[in-house]
Ligand binder design. Structure first.
Ligand code: GDP
Length: 243
């Protein structure tokens, strides 16, 4: 494999390194091009964000607090501790991006982020069944019903699932919400690094078998940055579907 590395200076301040990797041809004429990737000088390894201007917009606890329903948005959901914030940070490629969603008081809110003008990522509240009261679960159900039923701009759901737990009742409820409004669903089976390859493959198969063509499924690891490109392509596909 060959690596060609080019350096550019942008705004005097940032050095951008453009990496191209070329798989050396096994046969004449048979070669694969697998770049380019952009890297910032800061750490030399992290590709630059495709969403450099992404920003937190607002948290909402009721339908009348949602941001205006214009443009296009993709919802991300996951049972608490499934790895949703870590996955969002990797996909958006901004360290600490989803930190807002973790601040006390915001974990149970609908958090709106702007990715680009007219394109949003919406971090939906998650919980573990042991952690919340029946009253909180009821409020969560009402808030999510209001969200899914009202958003014309909503184009897809990315559901974050801990691969070791497979689908939980929380996930099945999220899938039902999405299906009630005919949304495409993509599942990230995250923390894949915590399982051996064979175990991860059988967990993936199990989830795929349960859902059939109701959702697309991929393995993911925020720690190893496994599956980030595939996840980003799905996000871009959802955002572009009605763009
Ligand atoms: P959230 O509550 O769903 O937003 O979950 P977080 O993103 O905060 O992650 C919960 C815990 O799981 C944290 O300790 C993370 O460091 C850890 N975690 C998240 N993603 C991964 C992953 O892909 N691999 C491993 N090994 N740990 C992860």
């Amino acid at each position: 494999m060959l690596f060609n590395r080019y350096f550019f200076t942008v705004d005097d301040a940032i050095v951008v390194i453009l990496d191209e990797c070329i798989i050396w041809p096994a046969w004449p004429g048979d070669h694969e091009f697998c770049g380019p990737k952009l890297y910032t000088e800061t750490d030399g390894h992290t590709p630059m964000s495709q969403y450099p201007d992404a920003q937190f917009l607002k948290s909402a606890n009721a339908r009348n607090q949602f941001v205006p329903d214009t443009g296009i948005e993709v919802a991300v959901a996951g049972r608490s501790n499934a790895g949703k914030s870590s996955a969002i940070n990797v996909i958006v490629n901004r360290r600490q991006f989803a930190r807002t969603s973790k601040t006390p008081g915001r974990t149970q809110l609908v958090n709106f982020f702007e990715l680009r003008e007219g394109q949003r990522l919406v971090d939906l509240p998650g919980y573990g069944f042991a952690q919340v009261s029946a009253a909180m679960r009821r409020h969560w159900g009402e808030l999510l019903t209001a969200y899914f039923e009202s958003r014309q701009s909503l184009a897809g759901l990315i559901l974050i699932v801990d691969i070791r737990r497979r689908l939980t009742d929380f996930d099945r409820r999220m899938i039902a919400f999405a299906e009630s409004v005919n949304l495409p669903i993509h599942i990230l089976l995250t923390k894949a690094d915590k399982l051996k390859k064979g175990q991860a493959a059988s967990a993936t198969l199990e989830v795929k078998r349960e859902l059939g063509d109701r959702a697309t499924v991929q393995q993911f690891s925020a720690l190893k940055r496994q599956g980030e490109q595939e996840a980003r392509e799905v996000l871009e596909g959802f955002l572009g579907a009605r763009g």
